[in-house]
Design a protein around this ligand. Sequence first.
Ligand code: UDP
Ligand code: MG
Length: 312
Amino acid sequence: MKKVSILIPVYNEESTLILLFNRLVVLMDNVKEYEWEVLLVNDGSNDNSLLLMSQMYGKDNRFNYLDLSRNYGKETAMLAGFDYITGDCMVIMDADLQHPPEIIPEMIRYWEEGYDDVYAKRRVRGGESYFKRKTARWFYKLLQKLTPIPIQQDTGDFRLLDKICINALRSLRESQRYTKGMFCWIGFNKKEILFDQQERVAGETKWSNLKLLNLAIEGITSFTTKPLRMSSVVGVFVSSGAFIYMIYVFVRALLFGDPVQGYPTLMVVILFLGGVQLLSLGVIGEYLGRVFYETKNRPPYFARLYNGKKTD
Ligand code: UDP
Ligand code: MG
């Protein structure tokens, strides 16, 4: 019998967990052709989530959990999950039931047909503000322009992955993670299915706009060095312009003399160049920061596993 694992990162979801457990139990009881495993990754919650998980773990042996030593963020929590999952395939979903578990059997069907990565695309983005939808759209457009790999739009982390993809993802150990890009980067046989994203059943989103901005910068800097290229290009254009202007000023001074004037032009040029320089430095700094974190080569997380067998 093939084994299907469900990976769920959890951060302060006490209000949704019971509902989630009930929906999962119904699903797993109905689909008897597979062995099931649920791995809940507690990402350093400071509410009762951990307690609820351990209760479920005691009641139903299909439920296991991994307790991270602190809050590492969803991207790292997912990596931790990849490391400990044991199934022949894995479904990643959110704890807030925005991803309906009821479409998992459909994903499994496509997996059985031979697809390695069955990803759920949002037909509607339920529970998201106009602002978030718009900025998300712009971000994907920008990222698609900047990277050669095809980045999927309106697709979150809700997907089923074959073992071969899980192994591939396990081998990508960078500490600054943008997992949505990795799914595309590893390739393999992909299949799209559509779903309607639900509203969060309870609780609040853990992603502030600032966190989302950080994730966006992560996405760009970890998948392309185009911004570096762009600062060189801007540099070339600006210095060519400056060179031409220099000749113009010089010739004019020779022909017509050089009475003191031109304070506005001087200011404009200085401020503009200063801005361009700061921007390029910032771009270089972003990449340098990433190099800094990666060269430390720290393990991405520490965790304690509860799966009925071993503790480490
Ligand atoms: N999450 C996590 N660590 C974090 C933030 C979020 O594991 O630091 C989990 C959260 O519990 C949920 C999933 O990631 O299962 C998605 O989070 P959320 O629903 O807040 O994001 P949204 O759906 O609003 O983008
Ligand atoms: Mg959510």
